[in-house]
Design a binder for this molecule. Structure first.
Ligand SMILES: Nc1ncnc2c1ncn2[C@@H]1O[C@H](COP(=O)(O)OP(=O)(O)O)[C@@H](O)[C@H]1O
Ligand code: SF4
Ligand SMILES: [Mg+2]
Length: 337
C-alpha cells in the first residue's frame, strides 16, 4: 500500500505589487492553482524554464513566500496557516536541498556542525551523540567521519551537495525538496548524486519533489513529471509517458532541447526552438499563456484558457489541441501548417 507524503492543492503564490511615484507595479502570481501529490518513496520531477515558478512552488510549500490560497498537507497534516512552534514541528519532516549548498551550510563552520544543527535543535542531542550521528550520516552519503572537521570550501561541488544531503536527511524527513540540487554539477557528478538520492529514497521511503530546468536531469530519478509554464502545470504524467509521448507543445520543445542518451535517436530528432521569452508574469496574456510561442496556436488559444484533459498513458495536459471536443462558445480552429 502506498502512503501519501505530500499533497498540494490549488497552491497560489502571489508577490505583492507596488505603487511608485510614476508607475505602479502589478502583483505577480508566480504560482497559479498548482496541485500535485507525492507518495512516500516516490519522486515527482518538476521542470520548466527559469522564471516558470518552480522555486516559488517549493518555497510556497515550506511557507517561505506568501501563499495567497491553497492547501499543503504533509503526511495528512495541514501546513498552511500554521506558525511558530506548530509549523516548526511539522517542518522538520520536510527538508530542502538547494543548487547553492551555501544556502544551508555556514561557510565559516566545519560541516559537522552544520549537519548536527537540526538534530541539536529538534532532538536536543548531546555533543557525543550528535558526533556519532554525523559520522553515520557522512558515511551514508559516501564521505568519511573525519570530513566533519573540514569547511565547506574544502570540498568539491559534488561533495558539498553530499554534505547538504546529509544535513537534509538528518531528521529522517518524509519529504525532501531538491531545488536544482544537481544543476550546477557536471554530468557524471550529477549521476552520482542522483544515484545517492535514489538509494536514500529506497532506504528511508523519502518522497522527493525534484526541481530542475532541464528535463534530461529529472529523467532517471522521476516516477512522474510535472511541466510548469508561467506559474501553471501545463502537463503531468508518468515519466515514461512524458518522455515517450509528450502532448503539450511546451513539453515537446523542452524535450527536443534536452539530450537523449541514444545518439541515433538524438540525430533523428528535430530541435524545436521556442521564439521569444516567457510573457511578463505581472501581465499574463488571456487564454493559453504559451500562445505567443506555440507553433500550433489556434484562434481559440488566444481567448480561452485550455481545459485540463486526461491523457492516454496517464496524466493530464492543458492544451486546446487535446481538449475533448465539446460544443463551447468559441469554435475550434484547425491547426495551421
Ligand atoms: N521574492 C520575489 N519577489 C518578487 N518576484 C519574485 C520573487 N521570487 C520570484 N519572483 C518571480 O516569480 C517568478 C517565478 O520565479 P521562480 O519561482 O524563481 O521560478 P523558477 O524557479 O522556475 O526559475 C519570476 O517571474 C520571478 O521573477
Ligand atoms: S492551447 Fe493552443 S497555444 Fe496553448 S499550447 Fe495548446 S495549441 Fe499551443
Ligand atoms: Mg528556481
Amino acid at each position: 500500500m502506498t502512503e501519501r507524503a505530500l499533497e498540494v492543492e490549488g497552491l497560489t503564490v502571489t508577490f505583492p505589487g507596488s505603487r511608485g511615484l510614476l508607475s505602479r507595479r502589478r502583483p505577480l502570481r508566480a504560482v497559479d492553482d498548482v496541485s500535485f501529490a507525492i507518495d512516500r518513496g516516490e519522486t515527482l520531477g518538476l521542470v520548466g524554464e527559469s522564471g516558470s515558478g518552480k522555486s516559488s512552488t517549493a518555497r510556497g510549500i515550506l511557507g517561505l513566500v506568501p501563499v495567497s490560497s491553497g492547501s499543503v498537507r504533509l503526511d495528512g497534516a495541514e501546513l498552511t496557516g500554521l506558525s511558530g512552534g506548530d509549523l516548526r514541528r511539522h517542518r522538520r519532516h520536510i527538508q530542502m536541498v538547494f543548487q547553492d549548498p551555501y544556502s544551508s551550510l555556514d561557510p565559516s563552520s566545519p560541516i559537522g556542525e552544520s549537519i548536527a544543527e537540526p538534530m541539536v535543535v529538534h532532538e536536543r542531542l548531546g555533543r557525543g551523540e550528535a558526533q556519532s550521528r554525523v559520522a553515520e550520516l557522512l558515511d551514508r552519503v559516501g564521505l568519511r567521519a573525519e570530513h566533519a572537521r573540514r569547511y565547506p570550501y574544502e570540498f568539491s561541488g559534488g561533495q558539498r551537495q553530499r554534505v547538504a544531503i546529509a544535513r537534509a536527511i538528518a531528521l529522517r524527513p518524509k519529504v525532501v525538496i531538491c531545488d536544482e540540487a544537481v544543476s550546477a554539477l557536471d554530468v557524471s557528478t550529477q549521476n552520482q548524486v542522483i544515484n545517492l538520492l535514489q538509494d536514500l529514497r529506497d532506504e528511508f521511503g523519502i518522497g522527493y519533489l525534484f526541481v530542475a530546468h532541464d528535463l534530461a536531469v529529472v529523467r532517471h530519478i522521476s516516477d512522474r513529471v510535472a511541466v510548469m509554464y508561467l506559474g501553471r502545470i501545463v502537463e503531468h504524467g508518468p515519466a515514461e509517458r512524458i518522455f515517450g509521448a509528450p502532448r503539450h507543445p511546451y513539453t515537446e520543445a523542452l524535450l527536443s532541447a534536452s539530450p537523449v542518451p541514444h545518439p541515433a535517436r538524438q540525430r533523428e530528432r528535430t530541435r524545436i526552438v521556442l521564439p521569444g521569452d516567457l510573457p511578463d508574469p505581472r501581465n499574463p496574456p488571456p487564454g493559453c499563456t504559451f500562445a505567443s510561442r506555440c507553433a500550433h496556436v489556434m484562434d481559440v488559444c488566444r481567448v480561452e484558457m485550455p481545459p485540463v484533459t486526461q491523457v492516454d498513458g496517464g496524466g493530464e495536459v492543458r492544451c486546446h489541441l487535446h481538449a475533448t471536443p465539446v460544443s463551447v462558445g468559441v469554435p475550434r480552429a484547425s491547426t495551421p501548417g
